[in-house]
Write a protein that binds this ligand. Structure first.
Ligand code: FAD
Length: 350
């Protein structure tokens, strides 16, 4: 851990830091790039796309201009392709947890991984908030989080030779049940109902392993945990037939998916309306000059939480950011069809 802090101790200086790599944050990169401004982008998720990628990647979207139908993940892939020439620097798997204004007018931001940024401007494109794992909701689990209660696997080797109880009916849960089988000392798989979101082949494999006596499967939910001297020793499952059943366990792994939570942004002092940040509609600037908010995270009269709205807001915010960074220089509107400088930035001309 020490090396991580040391490695990240030098702040990354940037003109713009974008919080959130959803569709709005990604298109912000593009609009800034057209004006010759580079950005760093931070997202709690390990990948770009925000709600599109996390909540409905396979669903079709029908209201993106000029694309009669576009898969949600496809839209993210297209945006990533479109912003390639702008060379954004991504920091995935990090939540921006602190934001402070400095005396020199810049903003100091810190992430959960210890990365520090000094940014001249900030764009909050945080959507409905940062995606967090749904937790077990059983008393005592919070204190054991990351030690014996886990919502993601950082190193599979930590679970070898251990007694595991794995919760969930999606692909993550099934993948780990199968992957850790034979490596863990024992595995109990717990899911609340007899329907799975995971791939049918994975469910079939899990059932084969149960039939072969290589693991147990229980339909139910966690009801309580047992601890000794602050260490987890077991878990009680309330089965769907109403029976209570206890299992010895060294680790609980729960994969219930992710949900967005406003998180630290709520504490940064912005004027909020129903968990959204108030902005003006000319610049999409917050009450703090130099901090902008676009996409689902903002609110103004008539706001509609649509991808289309985020795209429009990103375009206007880019012009406002250019003026903020260089107040003496007027930013003229140029067309990508005819502007040599924009075509150079797009990499389509010398
Ligand atoms: P998001 O997509 O929410 O992305 C925000 C990102 O910010 C997230 O990845 C989050 O992890 C990150 N973040 C937040 N806080 C932090 C922090 N502190 N540090 C680091 N990262 C942070 N819209 C349409 O226009 N058409 C549709 O057909 C449509 N269908 C939809 C279907 C479903 C099922 C859902 C749920 C939504 C749909 N929407 C649709 C809405 C659309 O997905 C949103 O309007 C859009 O995703 C908003 O984009 P965004 O970039 O503002 O935010």
């Amino acid at each position: 851990m020490t090396s991580l802090v040391v490695a990240n101790a030098t702040p990354i200086e940037t003109d713009v830091l974008i919080i959130g790599a959803g569709p709005a944050g990604l298109f912000q990169v593009f609009e800034l790039g057209l004006l010759g401004i580079k950005a760093h982008v931070v997202d709690t998720l390990q990948h770009p796309g925000g709600q599109c990628a996390e909540l409905y990647p396979d669903k079709p979207i029908y209201d993106i201009p000029a694309l009669p139908v576009c898969g949600a993940q496809e839209l993210v892939d297209r945006l990533m392709k479109q912003i390639e020439p702008m060379h954004p620097e991504f920091h995935f798997g990090e939540e921006v947890s602190e934001l402070q204004r400095q005396d020199d007018g810049r903003f100091r931001l810190r992430t959960s991984a210890g990365t520090v940024f000094l940014a001249k401007t900030v764009v909050i494109a945080a959507g409905l908030g940062s995606f967090q794992p749904r937790r077990l909701g059983v008393e005592g689990c919070d204190a054991l989080e990351d030690r014996q209660v886990h919502y993601k696997v950082k190193s599979a080797a930590n679970f070898h030779g251990q007694r595991l109880v794995i919760f969930g009916g999606g692909d993550s849960a099934l993948d780990w049940v199968i992957d850790l089988n034979g490596k863990a000392k024992s595995i109990v798989h717990v899911h609340r109902r007899n329907e799975f979101r995971a791939a049918p082949a994975s469910v079939a494999r899990m059932r084969e392993l149960v039939a072969a006596g290589r693991m147990e499967y229980v339909e139910g939910i966690a009801s309580a945990i047992r601890t000794e001297d602050g260490r987890l020793t077991g878990v009680t499952i309330k089965r769907t037939d109403g029976q209570m059943q206890g299992f010895e366990a060294d680790h609980l792994l729960a994969f219930f998916g992710l949900h967005p939570k406003l998180g630290p942004i709520a504490e940064w002092g912005f004027e909020l309306d129903k968990k959204a940040i108030k902005v003006d509609t000319a610049k999409f600037q917050t009450s703090v000059p130099g901090i902008f908010a676009i996409g689902d995270i903002n609110t103004y009269p008539g706001k509609k939480k649509l991808i289309l709205s985020g795209f429009h807001e990103a375009a206007l915010a880019a012009f406002a950011i250019a003026e903020h960074l260089n107040p003496a220089k007027k930013v003229h509107l140029q067309y990508t069809t005819t502007s040599p400088i924009m075509q150079k930035r797009l990499g389509v001309s010398e």
